[in-house]
Design a protein around this ligand. Sequence first.
Ligand SMILES: *Cc1c(COP(=O)(O)O)cnc(C)c1O
Length: 409
Amino acid sequence: MQNKIQQLIEESERSLAPQFHSLEQIAYHNQKKVLQAFQNNRIALRHFAPTSGYGYGDEGRDTLGALFADIFGAEAGIVSPNILSGTHALTVGLFGLLCTGDTLFSIAGDPYDTLHEVIAGKGIGSLADYGIAFKKCDLRHGEFDYDGIRAGLSDPSVKVVFIQRSRGYEWRDALSQKQIAAACAFVRECGFEGCIFVDNCYGEFVEETEPTQNGADIAVGSLIKNPGGGIAPTGGYIVGKRAFVERIACRLTAPSIGAEVGSYMYGYQSFYQGVFLAPHVVCQALKGGLLIGACLEKLGFETSPAVTRPPYDITRAIRFRTREELIAFIQAVQEASPVDSFVQLEPWDMPGYESEVIMAAGCFVQGASIELSADAPVREPYIAYFQGGLTYEHCRYALEKILEKIVRE
Ligand SMILES: *Cc1c(COP(=O)(O)O)cnc(C)c1O
């Protein structure tokens, strides 16, 4: 069996050579972009220094925001360890921009699972509790539904148009920058003057441009995903048009202080180093994901995106035939991890998710999904989502474990 598995992996690697080459070219482009932003912002050792208390004049914090803005082609940015996760960053962003009577309009279907309660929860301080309405327009066969978008925008209460770049827990490809650029242009053609807001989680550095370079006003994401490069210990970012970023800063802190406060006594080196490494790490994860996808496709499992298509985020979905295969896959990822490899995983009712989930995250940074990780709602159809991988070699090693286990099942 060992020989067969090695043969399958080596064959797949050979057939993926052209895709690997184009991913490496994207990584090089993005590495250059990041380095130029470091140079433009004259990053120096003093920017890594810790601060305490209010953090007035905290150069490390302010420059980190400017650096991210530069990388993302935006006017301003907030990058903070006080943004606790992607969900928190998105929540702060939405509450910063929307007032009672306004409507949030998602044009890429349902937002990510952890936003459902943020939008519509009852009696927990959700957008709905503050009188902010929500409506959505589903994608059609993975494309924006332009008629539906035009109809939705005829409602003058729409103040934020929301686009989720990544797939979330959906069997669809992530949106490409080309699709996002076309949708942003269309939304403007319809006369919309509010904020186009992109949930950028899992998408950073996958293509050569970011949504804020393609017509979006705000992009938001998590530092324990792509732009943290596996090094940032926590945090999130918000980049975009200055006026919007300032409003969001007032919501993150308080209206009187905005982005002027916030200290961090562990220093900022890991955030700077993380975003420096991120283009390379994202490329490793993409190559690893393609390899795992290619081998499982050869064994007859359906994967999304199909291996022949370019990836537009770092996640990949695999449809298994049974609950047992699904759980075996997730367990194999855990067993191949550098941390907590001995843990026997079980499905559980995780806060923020609507059905039982099982998650493999044997990570250095707790739950970091830029590290090789996998999760699945345990319900039909049995789809596992996996993402990340700090090194291609780790993904390859995990693949051996996965194949051993699945073939046995
Ligand atoms: C991960 C993710 C979120 C939420 O981020 P957390 O850090 O898990 O709170 C939101 N949207 C998308 C598309 C994500 O992938």
